[in-house]
Design a protein around this ligand. Structure first.
Ligand SMILES: Cc1cc2nc3c(=O)[nH]c(=O)nc-3n(C[C@H](O)[C@H](O)[C@H](O)COP(=O)(O)OP(=O)(O)OC[C@H]3O[C@@H](n4cnc5c(N)ncnc54)[C@H](O)[C@@H]3O)c2cc1C
Ligand SMILES: *[C@@H]1O[C@H](CO)[C@@H](O)[C@H](O)[C@H]1NC(C)=O
Ligand SMILES: *[C@@H]1O[C@H](CO)[C@@H](O)[C@H](O)[C@H]1NC(C)=O
Ligand SMILES: *[C@@H]1O[C@H](CO)[C@@H](O)[C@H](O)[C@H]1NC(C)=O
Ligand SMILES: *[C@@H]1O[C@H](CO)[C@@H](O)[C@H](O)[C@H]1NC(C)=O
Ligand SMILES: *[C@@H]1O[C@H](CO)[C@@H](O)[C@H](O)[C@H]1NC(C)=O
Length: 424
């Protein structure tokens, strides 16, 4: 079984490529097919963090040095007032075990995706413009029919690593795909501005305005001088019309969302006019809703399993969880000698409780609301609090109660998998 293991991965993102990497470490002869809906690798996105046990895993992958070389070198975060004057600073810690809000491994999603996929590219069959249309479980394997080629093929395992909108998740759980998606009340637009509005500063800067509006700039190491911008709108549960308006613009696409941002941020102080201008000139505009996927299970007791955002999207921790999940799933294959139902069950038992502890239910929402308050008074309270906190250097202590910021640095206890020594 192990030698001829034949696996289908849906999605060539972070989760899919980390899993392929470790699967090939466990079974160098495994046949791996990856189907990707997009016409090419999607190597864009803003910066993502690597935290918790994912830090150990990237070291074991031999990827640490390259990730460091490509990191954004952010020194920390600063909150600024409408005139751009910083009143609170939270530094990066320079350690990997206790990280503050800026991770020591802050890297653009595209650079990270490339680092992960490159070592496996010539060892897998990667098909673009392709998706799983439907599947059927049988004793011999999972029979998959593809959307584009219309072909049907049988695999030992189907791994859904196709992001938070995974249709395989819906099929597996027998629900609408949207049912597991939990709105965090945060809408974000990301884009690269082709001018360094931070004037060389290595600090990420945030500015809050009433109405849950946040403008943010993060440094970009590109020597030509650029920066990454974020426009955020935080809505509460009761703001149904506002939410609907944002969601409709999201559904309508880039142009509609950009127009809404121009309207909403027109009077947002600080560098809002320059940021809006930069948005129009950018060529990587991306907007989305911060959402968690919360699943009652990650496997169907047979051969289908959910990996990464498809099973447990968690803003702030999604990339780290995807790395841990990819490593674990391959490790369990090794430990249970490719007995797939046992493997996926063991993977679920390891991941699901940890995911729940990271998703934190209402706590995450409260933290978001607190960090991005709705009213002038709320902003004043938060700003004063932040200023006092950092002024007293309590930010160093605050890292230890990192859970308060929603970034608990607890680790997943990883089993000791007996990885074969490389090159044997
Ligand atoms: C273009 C893009 C930009 C992103 N930008 C950010 C960001 O700025 N900040 C942030 O925190 N997170 C961002 N994310 C999400 C982040 O990458 C994930 O939260 C995290 O890395 C977990 O990765 P994943 O592999 O589970 O999911 P993803 O990284 O979302 O990868 C899923 C992959 O599956 C593909 N796919 C989707 N549907 C199908 C289908 N039906 N069949 C086959 N393939 C499919 C997608 O094209 C993608 O390549 C972005 C994701 C994408 C796709
Ligand atoms: C994918 O589809 C696009 C648009 O239909 C097409 O231009 C491209 O050549 C296709 N790519 C592959 C690899 O099939
Ligand atoms: C990573 O950094 C190296 C050295 O700075 C650079 O040559 C390479 O292009 C970077 N890779 C990515 C994916 O950005
Ligand atoms: C960068 O410099 C410009 C021009 O002096 C100034 O308007 C702007 O506020 C500066 N940006 C930051 C982030 O300090
Ligand atoms: C953004 O959020 C604020 C409140 O959170 C709301 O007042 C505003 O209308 C929202 N914008 C849109 C376009 O919904
Ligand atoms: C939005 O804009 C980006 C960058 O210009 C582009 O890559 C993407 O395809 C656009 N999305 C849509 C849905 O048009």
């Amino acid at each position: 079984m192990a030698k001829s293991l034949n696996v289908l991965i849906s999605g060539s993102g972070i989760a899919g490529s980390v899993f392929a990497f470790w699967l090939l470490r466990a079974y160098p002869l495994a046949q791996i097919t990856i189907v990707e809906r997009a016409p090419s690798l999607r190597l864009t996105g803003a910066s993502v963090d690597i935290r918790s046990s994912a830090v150990d895993i990237i070291k074991w992958m031999g990827a640490e040095a390259e990730i460091r070389k490509n990191s954004t070198n952010e020194k920390g975060m600063q909150w600024v007032n409408a005139k751009g004057k910083p009143f609170a600073t939270l530094g990066a810690t320079g350690r990997t075990d206790v990280q503050s809000m800026t991770s020591e491994f802050e890297i653009f999603r595209g650079a990270l995706g490339r680092i992960f996929i490159e070592p496996v590219l010539d060892k897998v069959d990667l098909q673009f413009n392709e998706t799983v249309d439907h599947y059927e479980e049988s004793a011999e394997g999972v029979k998959v029919t593809f959307t584009n080629s219309k072909q049907t093929k049988t695999y030992d395992m189907l791994v859904a690593a196709d992001g938070y909108g995974s249709r395989i998740r819906g099929a597996m759980l027998g629900t609408h795909t949207q049912e597991q998606v939990h709105d965090e009340g945060v809408h974000v637009a990301y884009f690269t501005i082709k001018k360094d509005l931070l004037n060389g500063s290595q600090f990420c800067q945030w500015h809050n305005e009433p109405g849950g509006r946040v403008t943010g700039l993060r440094p970009d190491p590109n020597p030509e001088g650029q920066c990454r911008a974020m426009l955020i709108n935080v809505t509460t549960k009761s703001q149904k019309t506002e939410k609907a308006r944002l969601n409709q613009a999201l559904a309508e696409g880039n142009e509609s969302y950009m127009r809404l941002m121009e309207e909403m941020f027109e009077d947002a102080g600080w560098l809002a006019p320059q940021i809006l201008k930069g948005m129009r000139e950018s060529d990587d505009f991306y907007c989305s809703l911060f959402a968690q996927t919360r699943c009652p299970k990650l496997q169907d007791g047979q051969r289908v399993v959910l990996l990464g955002d498809a099973g447990y999207a968690t803003p702030g921790m999604g990339t780290s969880l995807a790395i841990m999940g990819g490593y674990n799933l391959a490790g369990e294959l090794l430990r249970h000698n490719c007995d797939i139902p046992k493997v996926t069950q063991a993977y679920e038992e390891l991941m699901l409780p940890f995911v729940k502890s990271q998703q934190g239910g209402a706590v995450g929402e409260i933290v978001m609301q607190l960090l991005n308050p709705q009213t002038s008074r709320g902003i004043w309270v938060r700003d004063t609090f932040m200023a006092v906190l950092t002024g007293l250097k309590i930010d160093k202590i605050a890292m230890h109660v990192g859970g308060w910021f929603g970034f608990m640095e607890s680790k997943l206890s990883l089993p000791d998998y007996a990885w074969p020594v490389e090159g044997q």
